[in-house]
Design a protein around this ligand. Sequence first.
Ligand code: SF4
Length: 504
Amino acid sequence: MSRLLFQGVPGVADISESLRAQSTVHGSRFTIREADTLHEECGVVAIYGHPHAAREAYLSLYALQHRGQESAGIATADGHRLANIKGMGLVSEIFTDDVLAKLPGRMAIGHTRYSTTGDSALLNAQPIRVDSTKGLIAIAHNGNLVNLGNVRSRLERDGAYFQTTSDSEIIVQLIAHSGAGSLVDAIADSLSQVEGAFSIVMMTRDRIFAARDPHGFRPLSMGRMKNPGGSDTVVFASESCAFDLLRAEFVRDILPGELVMVSEDGVTSRQYASGIPQSSCIFEQVYFARPDSRIFGRWVQESRDQMGRQLARESGVRADVVVPVPDSGVTAALGYAEEAGIPFRFGLIRNHYVGRTFIEPEQRVRDFGVRLKLNPVHNLLAGKRVILIDDSIIRGTTSRKIVRMVRGAGATEVHLRISCPPTISPCFYGVDTPRKHELIAANHSIEEIRHYIEADSLAYLSLDGLLQSVRDEYHVGYCTACYTGAYPTQWVDVEDILPAAAAL
Ligand code: SF4
């Protein structure tokens, strides 16, 4: 049974309620949560001034599903009430026509979640709706706050009662406890007290707010939809690919440290923080964001193409075909192939219908993981020298399985090329990375990794090469901490950055 949480929905009590039965399954049901890949953080959207705001939020979340598949939620406001429905699962599983019909109003915010802090439970799904001293507020947040403990205990001492273990609620509690005179001042005051990564959308009964942290770790863009004969609809989304589905025009990125408010008076903006060097997450360009999105002032497709080209210049090798590890390695592989003058082939096919759960009568799911998702095209690989392009090696176990798979399909040589530098340090800014002692590149040389994954050769894109691939006229500053260990904030978890002594 799928459970949804209703808050403030007309005609429905504020309860968690089983709505519909999923198809009955026989045999055991296992969750596939791959241990050897980095996981997306979250996606946020906001809609202001649309008669079907909930449906527009649903479509935007649908386009952002790659940023989180564990839970999703939409809150709407009609000037008087603020309704919120959230559930576990994919956006399309939660929001049927019947459910969307329970969300009235011309304003909406939405969220799709992969948990990085707080339990992965319905209560921590977002948007979070809090009845505060400043009125009803709903919030949806992408990122991770890093001075969490201190702020939370201070608020609890001041009488705050937390409904969830999610870090996003801290911001609402700070707003509720702020001494600032107006709501917008209280929000600015609260945002300036938290450290870490946050791209946030918030909604009251009659206003929408959107903000990015002063470092600008996570993306957040503003768009606009023309309404013939009426006011424009203003939209916000983690990635611009969400605007395409709405036929909205991209307007601009929200700036690091900027707070934007949309109300019946129009769009207003203020810098609540300034003078902090920008540190946008470079791994968004490498892996997380969709290639059809424009983030940090740049098309992701263009960045990945350049990464592939640079990789070919830095570590070319004689070969017959360039093969991407789909889907994320595809754009870099195209750039590599074109630069190297070697044919590009889809030599590995991904099964797009492998969901988050897999029904299998025996406990063999983990062993099957890679083979379930990827299958080699034997006639393209047999007898060939293959360059495989992927975007990261985390623990090395998945890479080894893929190299074995390609060799098993008859490849005579397998050369692995990675479109970013070795991942040597965990992320504290909203990306779910293993601790340092589990990261293979933090504890072993490139030659040791090559030996472990059984490739004929292994090369990574250099840090300079990566930075060059994303360089443009906007001079965006990037966080590269997972490749360098140099963190842009002072807070790190010391346990997470201890190296391993274990040998391969
Ligand atoms: S540490 Fe890595 S994943 Fe985390 S924000 Fe920085 S670049 Fe992105």
